[in-house]
Design a protein around this ligand. Sequence first.
Ligand SMILES: Cc1cc2nc3c(=O)[nH]c(=O)nc-3n(C[C@H](O)[C@H](O)[C@H](O)COP(=O)(O)OP(=O)(O)OC[C@H]3O[C@@H](n4cnc5c(N)ncnc54)[C@H](O)[C@@H]3O)c2cc1C
Length: 312
Amino acid sequence: MINKENTYKKIQNLLLNGKLSFNFNLASNTWLKTGGNADIFFIPEDVNDLRRFLKSIKNNLPFYILGAGSNTLFRDFGFDGAVIKLSKNFDYVKFINDKEFKVGAATNCIKLARLLAKNSATGLEFFSGIPGSIGGAIKMNAGAYGYETSKLLTKIKLLDSKDGKIKEILSKDYKMQYRHTNFPDEYIFLEATFKYIKNDNISENLKKINELVSQRELTQPIQEKTSGSTFKNPIHKKAWKLIQESGCKNYKLGKAHLSRIHSNFIINEGGATSNDIEKLGEKIINKVHQKFGIKLVWEIKIIGRKGLCQND
Ligand SMILES: Cc1cc2nc3c(=O)[nH]c(=O)nc-3n(C[C@H](O)[C@H](O)[C@H](O)COP(=O)(O)OP(=O)(O)OC[C@H]3O[C@@H](n4cnc5c(N)ncnc54)[C@H](O)[C@@H]3O)c2cc1C
């Protein structure tokens, strides 16, 4: 039997260096800007802080490791446990040599793409359109334009929350497929090593990125409150096409609707609840299934307590 009160007291007495909050609203920490409260929200200062925190909640409280929140929908009833977000101390890039660099798991992919281009490092330009963290990119095997995170990733340093040990793993020993990986949920990524291809023509490197960004601006509603692609593309099919062809293009629920620019993007037009978004997604899944017999699978991670809301 889980004794939450005792666990909370224990955590409060830990004298952690990071930022610890109780009953913390999660909306501002996700791109969709919806969601309820986490029992605990913790931003560890460093790995020792993280380790001590995890030790104190061991087996007593579930936890969710949050990156930039660009692929996460927290339900309105919040999260029964601890949400952990790595601090700025996990945001760094270190070049090892002319072929490899290390990057902290909290580093933003868009920022990284530009920094690499300016430092003659190419091959990861697709990161210029992915508003997540490196930790999130590894877990999701994020990708675009035929490139994926797995392509140049070689090693990952992580904290295994099961035994509290820091480990270094080789990415090739794990499955990293289209928006799916088999890394255990106990793994908290701390740092990654990537290969790169050296190109000292910096203006050419930046031009490549600017072209990708312009292309994206034309085809995706990147200024909106969204989580990017809502559903994964089924094999040999495009989710946006199935959605359009099944007549869901103008679907709306509460303050959530499908983007006019990209039918696989759900938008919070302001004031949407997570329930609006989840129910709209379910309505689309059902309609596409009725029309094509294909069950779309969420790409967005839906996290938290289920409860009855107005639209149920
Ligand atoms: C406008 C927009 C455009 C997008 N375009 C693309 C695109 O082109 N291609 C694409 O693939 N995705 C795209 N996405 C989706 C999203 O940006 C990616 O999935 C991204 O990799 C998620 O990173 P995050 O840090 O935001 O992850 P979060 O949403 O915070 O978390 C996602 C998953 O990663 C895990 N995670 C996060 N950090 C860690 C860590 N340190 N250790 C272990 N696990 C961790 C979480 O537990 C969760 O399971 C887009 C999203 C938006 C809003």
